[in-house]
Design a protein around this ligand. Structure first.
Ligand SMILES: C[S@@+](CC[C@H](N)C(=O)[O-])C[C@H]1O[C@@H](n2cnc3c(N)ncnc32)[C@H](O)[C@@H]1O
Length: 272
């Protein structure tokens, strides 16, 4: 099964619940084992062999159990690896004596920056300057004036800020639904560019793509089939849809630019 098909299959099916279930199932098994060997409740309730397992053994069992159960629940190896690390990290930070409010602040900041990992399976990573310059080359072919460009999921606003300076006759817009990323990009675009750059807080699925001559997205495999359908349905003939790195099976693209940056970025380009 191809990457994009696999991602579509598993997208939007509550990955966080499955992650929680992975730790919970592994945890339940570890508690039962601990009881059976008598190191926890065993001596008190009169069950178990009274052997007692070292704490690091229990943590290791939890980590391996969560890894296996996560794979079994259909999440990929990347998620399973995170599940493996979590019990060790939790055990480790207990020794650091960190005040509890620090965890709350970390959680809020992480959510505010990465909220789309859970709902859309799209994390925050950024287009690099090589990609910005390649996009500049694509816009070059479209004339200098009266064009509108949108970055769907605009992250920290780097792409639109760069292009805004290069193309004063165009309008560059971003839409972003992670609150902290939006705030950073909003501040960045406030006085920057040539007054032709703006970013809005919102869901890209609500954007009306018929307004734009160029639509750019750098997301993940998971939303691509749905997003390409939206672009084809809504964009005007002659419009250009560009996706950084990800595409969907069964949909034709017109060009693929292979960049010579460290990540060997591919820009898939479709003329509507
Ligand atoms: C991989 S980053 C790309 C950032 C930026 N476009 C760039 O190229 O540097 C993807 C961004 O899309 C945002 N995102 C994901 N799903 C979204 C949605 N439904 N609506 C708005 N933003 C979304 C994420 O929060 C994240 O900031």
């Amino acid at each position: 099964m191809s990457l994009s098909k696999q991602s579509e299959k598993t997208a939007y099916k509550r990955p966080f619940l499955r992650l929680l279930a992975g730790q919970a199932v592994a945890g339940s098994l570890v508690v039962l084992l601990d009881m059976a060997t008598g190191s926890w409740m065993g001596p008190m309730v009169g069950v178990g062999a009274g052997v007692g397992l070292e704490i690091w053994v229990l943590v290791a069992l939890q980590a391996v159990g969560a890894f296996v159960v996560t794979l079994f629940l259909g999440l990929g190896r990347g998620w399973a690896a995170i599940q493996f690390v979590l019990p060790w990290a939790t055990w480790g930070v207990l020794y650091l004596d960190i005040p509890s409010w620090v965890y709350l602040v970390c959680f809020i900041l992480t959510y505010a920056l990465y909220r789309n990992v859970g709902s859309e399976r799209v994390p925050l990573y950024l287009s690099n300057p090589t990609t910005w310059r390649a996009l500049e080359g694509v816009l070059e072919d479209m004339g200098a004036e009266d064009n509108r460009f949108i970055d769907l999921g605009s992250g920290l606003g780097g792409t639109i800020s760069y292009l805004g300076v290069k193309y004063p006759g165009w309008r560059f817009e971003g839409i972003e639904s992670a609150p902290l990323a939006f705030m950073i990009s909003w501040l960045r675009t406030l006085g920057g560019g040539q007054g032709n750059v703006s970013v809005g807080f919102g869901d890209m699925w609500d954007a009306d793509l018929s307004k734009y001559s160029v639509v750019y997205a750098f997301l993940s495999p998971a939303p691509m089939a749905r997003l390409l359908k939206k672009a084809i349905d809504e964009m005007r003939p002659g419009g250009v849809f560009i996706s950084n790195s990800f595409w969907a099976d069964g949909v034709q693209f017109d060009r693929c630019l292979e960049l010579t940056d460290g990540r060997a970025t591919k820009l898939y380009i479709k003329k509507i």
